[in-house]
Ligand binder design. Structure first.
Ligand SMILES: *[C@@H]1O[C@H](CO)[C@@H](O)[C@H](O)[C@H]1NC(C)=O
Ligand SMILES: *[C@@H]1O[C@H](CO)[C@@H](O)[C@H](O)[C@H]1NC(C)=O
Ligand SMILES: *[C@@H]1O[C@H](CO)[C@@H](O)[C@H](O)[C@H]1NC(C)=O
Ligand SMILES: *[C@@H]1O[C@H](CO)[C@@H](O)[C@H](O)[C@H]1NC(C)=O
Ligand SMILES: *[C@@H]1O[C@H](CO)[C@@H](O)[C@H](O)[C@H]1NC(C)=O
Length: 336
């Protein structure tokens, strides 16, 4: 009797051991299978909106003025945002050079396809060349996604372009919850971005949001060999204020008219990201939230295209200075 009880116990223990081993194997397997749970934005400085928050803001701005240009007009002014009763999740404004026809084509064919929740427009100035101007008119008639201002398109005029983008959003796309300002040599992971905005942020939008690759204590370049050379007359300080790398900045709608008002009234400075996401953002007292690993580095581009998306990790946008071929290659490598 005693003996048989002991052997029963022994058997039970063995069964328990096997069950435990199976359970722990399952745990290990599951851990590796499911994506890790991470807090992707730490210490957010913005607030998320719910269904009852209003997102209408007053625009305090002179429509015909662009900083010191008193007779500003939109030469081309499409209205892709009208007719959406519940607003759009996202509008992407892409700074583009008049001559970059191929870059715009590739963006339209890859990450920049407009959907019912997302619209993409390109920001251009006046090319100052009739041949180019005609080609752009034709492009605009075909695609309806060119926003063009009457200032000369030039490198040192890029702040006009960015502020024109803010003006266009404030007047002509005020129902978009989020605004991404980017350049025509960047890859945007639009599938992931829509999920991020709708699920990790809020489908109803946010308040006080400026998020990007944050630059702190950047030194003002004084050497004439630098592409970013700035004279004492243009900018007096030794350092720039904290600002966003201008090739990908995500704003919430409320920030746009506030930045516009300030940017219109401070002296023109040609480095647009410093001017708008640094100087103007400080004046409206909105903190810049770093996106950290949600920004794809060049190193991760290699992992992504050679080994697959699971090796690169999740990201919202890619590095700047990409060729059209690279944009196509990365786009093909990322899952829907
Ligand atoms: C959003 O609305 C809720 C409920 O009315 C309110 O408690 C909250 O403070 C509002 N949030 C913002 C950012 O306005
Ligand atoms: C705008 O004003 C500037 C200077 O006042 C002038 O040179 C330019 O021709 C004007 N442009 C238009 C489109 O009226
Ligand atoms: C205008 O642009 C075209 C196409 O880029 C170029 O071939 C031409 O030389 C330009 N004309 C002027 C006057 O700059
Ligand atoms: C106008 O656009 C169409 C469609 O993109 C293109 O096929 C055509 O060659 C363009 N014409 C000119 C003059 O650029
Ligand atoms: C910038 O645009 C203004 C307005 O069109 C123009 O007067 C100026 O020459 C442009 N700047 C450059 C560097 O071309």
């Amino acid at each position: 009797m005693v003996e048989s009880q002991n052997s029963d116990k022994f058997e039970m223990l063995n069964i328990l051991k096997v069950v435990l081993i199976i359970l722990s194997l399952l745990l290990v397997y599951n851990y590796h299978k499911s994506p890790p749970i991470v807090v992707r934005i730490q210490h957010p400085k913005f607030t998320l909106l719910g269904p009852y928050n209003t997102t209408e803001y007053e625009v305090d701005d002179v429509y015909d003025q662009l900083i010191d240009i008193k007779n500003f007009t939109f030469k081309v002014n499409p209205q892709p945002c009208t007719g959406y009763t519940y607003g759009l999740l996202l509008v992407v404004i892409v700074a583009s050079k008049p001559n970059n026809f191929d870059k715009r084509t590739i963006i339209r064919e890859t990450w920049g396809r407009s959907t019912d929740s997302t619209k993409v427009v390109f920001l251009l100035g006046d090319p100052g060349n009739l041949t180019l101007a005609r080609k752009i008119d034709n492009e605009s008639l075909t695609y309806g996604d060119i926003v063009q201002g009457n200032f000369i398109d030039a490198y040192r005029n890029m702040t006009y372009k960015h502020v024109m983008g803010l003006k266009w959003v404030a007047y002509h796309c005020p129902t978009a919850k989020y605004i991404l300002k980017t350049d025509d040599d960047v890859l945007v992971n639009s599938h992931e971005l829509r999920k991020f905005l709708g699920r990790e942020l809020s489908p109803w939008g946010a308040q006080d949001l400026i998020t990007c690759s944050v630059l702190r204590h950047a030194i003002v370049q004084r050497s004439s060999s630098s592409k970013w050379m700035v004279s004492e007359a243009e900018y007096t300080g030794k350092y720039y204020p904290t600002y966003c790398a201008g090739w990908a900045v995500l704003y919430s709608q409320d920030v746009i008219p506030r930045l516009l008002t300030v940017a219109q009234n401070i002296p023109y400075f040609w480095i647009d990201d410093v001017h708008i996401t640094g100087v103007a953002a400080e004046k409206i007292m909105v903190d810049r939230t770093p996106l950290l690993s949600l920004i794809l580095s060049s190193r991760r581009v290699k992992l992504l295209t050679s080994m697959g998306p699971e090796y690169a990790g999740q990201f919202l946008f890619g590095p700047p200075d990409l060729s059209t071929d690279k944009i196509t290659e990365i786009w093909k490598a990322i899952p829907e």
